[in-house]
Design a protein around this ligand. Structure first.
Ligand code: 6R9
Length: 650
């Protein structure tokens, strides 16, 4: 691998037809930071406004007069921008192309006209059920077209949606429903993934027995697998029954640009997951523009993003960005390795996918299966590949490029976050030479900087913490119900700057290389898990006295979850209890948070003030006991020896 190229220049054949070439990128970037009002004013015109904005940018990251407002006097409706405005020109174009979990079941196409009608029917039904502007609707659905229908129906009537990933447990649903005081939940009887059934309705039932969830008046249930489920009348209603008979036109709510569009819960370094709040105008401008520019979108593209709508990638780059752009987006219910590890590539051939956007963890898992499952398919339709969710290691990047893309397709490695709404750092495929493992250069209007621990901005080649010096339209606006937490979490560490929580290096060419989280967030297969969440799940078990959780390098998942557990006095550790605790965390949070390794810890390394020294625990988990560093400030240095002796052997 040592002689493998480190630079993949823009392909001239790609650049020749690309929307943005190198010169145009440089020109537009300079303009976007010199005069953001003019730049974003112009970009904002890509949407249909009910009232065109006259103010574009109104931002201060300073504590005293903190505000983030974009297009603040504009009015629009997101569903109108994703649906109605396409009807005249693209009514019969496929909006959503649904590929079910089971490949023997037929794929389904939903045209823009049908999607519009389905969204209107559900929107009318929701209004009929008493849902209106500002109410919160929780969506807990599998990857089926109804997920997009539900999101857009909320947008149509000004309700705020909160999508909860189908892999979360009843406890996690209850936490999220309780936090945002949801009035209605849209779910399905069951989900399907890799041939396995996921009891979505039963999970909702269990969640609604938990305290704090009594705001929920109605549960709409999509009949998906046809499984028998408990229906508790009058709370539970079949989706079909309430939607059938509704009119397929629905007057859209006039929304202010800064009215909330959705909440999405994400893990941070402390406490419970926070409800990241995105608003309507700036978000939609930003996701539609980045989707078009980064993926060099053309009208005849078949675009496939493999994310789940339960994560921000599904919100921005399956639903809102692509549909605002009138694109055809593939919605895939299944998994990469079922019925076999050729599934992704078979789906690409079946639907003639041209743009494919997935996560490094999937690439690494499939790479491990060798080239044959890829080579048995054509993939000739592909013209562009993308990745998101975590740093991609150069080996996986090259395999993706050489084997999946046959050396023919550029790769866009897109860095962004739930909080950023859309892509902030990424190559534009016709403009920026790629380097495997680097997200390369900032998007228009994005001003990244690296700072040291004291907040000093580092110039030139440097490594530090990644901050953003100025706002962009897709930026989150608040933590739902706790605006101060928003300011404290993101703007206090380095006053006047947005702190991403990521570490990053900038090379001599000005390319950005994200090195991973520098806070107590673990990135497991591209899913963010707060160490504090796993710890509080563990200590909720009656036999656990204390727990400390860290991330460690994992070949496929990027990072794995390593839990150190101290039992209460008198409890005996054994393999059975270990399994029980792992299952307990799965049940408390969901399968995404399953610890990969659980080590018994008679004691945890703590400072004299009682703070757990995670630095040491991370080194032990990494199997690097020779790099523990200074342990002299520990209250009891001897606990470290015991942990080192009993550490995981890779
Ligand atoms: C979109 C999304 C955000 C965190 C982020 C960073 C990591 C995402 C990345 C990447 C390196 C990339 N991350 N994309 N790291 N290269 N291309 O994933 O949002 O779930 O909020 O995660 O993911 O650590 O801070 P989210």
């Amino acid at each position: 691998m040592s002689d493998a190229p480190t630079l993949y220049p823009v392909r001239p054949d790609f650049a020749a037809h690309a929307r943005i070439d190198h010169a145009r990128y440089e020109h537009l970037y300079a303009e976007s930071v010199r005069d953001p009002d003019a730049f974003w004013g112009k970009v904002g015109q890509r949407l249909d406004w009910m009232r065109a904005p006259t103010t574009i940018r109104d931002v201060s990251f300073k504590q005293q007069d903190f505000r983030i407002r974009w297009y603040a006097d504009g009015e629009l409706n997101a569903s109108v921008n994703c649906l109605d405005r396409h009807l005249a020109t693209r009514g019969d174009k496929t909006a959503l192309l649904f590929e079910p979990d089971d490949p023997s079941q037929p794929a389904r196409r939903v045209t823009y006209r049908e999607l519009h009608a389905r969204v209107c029917r559900l929107a009318n039904a929701l209004r009929h059920l008493g849902i209106g502007k500002g109410d919160v609707v929780t969506i807990y659905l599998p990857m089926i077209p109804e997920a997009a229908v539900a999101m857009l129906a909320c947008a149509r009537i000004g309700a705020i949606h909160s999508v909860v990933f189908g892999g979360f447990s009843p406890n996690s649903i209850a936490d999220r429903v309780g936090d945002c005081k949801s009035k209605l939940i849209i779910t399905a009887d069951e989900g399907l993934r890799g041939g396995k059934k996921i009891p979505l309705k039963a999970n909702v039932d269990a969640a609604l027995k938990l305290p704090g969830t009594n705001t929920v008046e109605t549960v709409l249930v999509v009949r998906h697998t046809g499984a028998a489920v408990d229906m508790q009348m009058p709370r539970d209603r079949w989706y079909d029954a309430v939607v059938d008979g509704q009119s397929d036109s629905c007057e859209p709510e006039r929304m202010n640009a800064e009215d909330p569009l959705f909440i999405l819960y994400t893990s941070g370094s402390t406490g419970k997951p926070k409800g990241v709040l995105h608003t309507t105008g700036g978000y939609l401008v930003y996701v539609s523009y980045t989707h078009e520019a980064v993926f060099d979108l053309r009208d005849d593209d078949i675009y496939w993003c493999t994310a789940d709508v339960g994560w921000v990638t599904g919100h921005s780059y399956i639903v809102y960005g692509p549909l605002a752009n009138g694109a055809t987006a593939l919605v895939f219910e299944g998994v990469p390795n079922w019925p076999d590890s050729s599934r992704f590539w078979q789906v690409i051939d079946k639907h003639q996918v041209t743009i494919f956007y997935t996560a490094p963890t999937a690439i690494r898992a499939l790479m491990r299966e060798g080239d044959a499952p890829v080579k048995s398919t054509s993939r000739k339709s592909l013209r562009l590949l993308g990745t998101v969710g975590e740093p991609i290691n150069p080996e996986a990047w090259r395999w993706y490029h050489d084997v999946v893309g046959d050396g023919r397709c550029p790769i866009v490695d897109t860095w962004w976050q739930t909080e950023t709404g859309g892509i902030l750092i990424s190559p534009l495929p016709g403009a920026i030479d790629a380097k495997p493992g680097s997200a390369t250069k900032p998007f228009f209007g994005i001003q990244p900087a690296l700072v040291d621990a004291n907040g000093q901005i580092l110039e030139g080649e440097a490594e530090g913490n990644l901050v953003l010096l100025d706002s962009w339209p897709g930026q989150m606006r608040s933590v739902y119900g706790d605006h101060q937490r928003f300011i404290d979490t993101y703007f206090k560490t380095y006053p006047g700057m947005y702190f991403s929580g990521d570490g990053c290096r900038r090379d001599a060419d000005g390319y950005y290389w994200i090195t991973g989280r520098v806070d107590d967030v673990i990135n497991v297969s591209g899913h963010r898990i707060g160490t504090a969440e796993v710890e509080s799940a563990l200590v909720a078990h009656p036999k656990v006295a204390e727990a400390a959780v860290v991330g460690y390098p994992h070949d496929i998942k990027g990072q794995g979850i390593y839990a150190y557990v101290t039992l209460i006095a008198g409890e005996q550790d054994n393999d059975e209890l270990r399994k029980e605790l792992v299952a307990w965390v799965r049940k408390e949070i969901g399968p995404v948070a399953t610890p990969d390794h659980l080590q018994w810890a008679p004691g945890l390394p703590k400072t004299r003030s009682g703070k757990i020294m995670r630095r040491i625990l991370r080194k032990i988990a990494e199997n690097a006991p020779d790099q523990l560093g200074d342990t002299s400030t520990l209250a009891d240095p001897s606990v470290v020896d015991a942990l080192v002796r009993n550490r995981r052997q890779p």
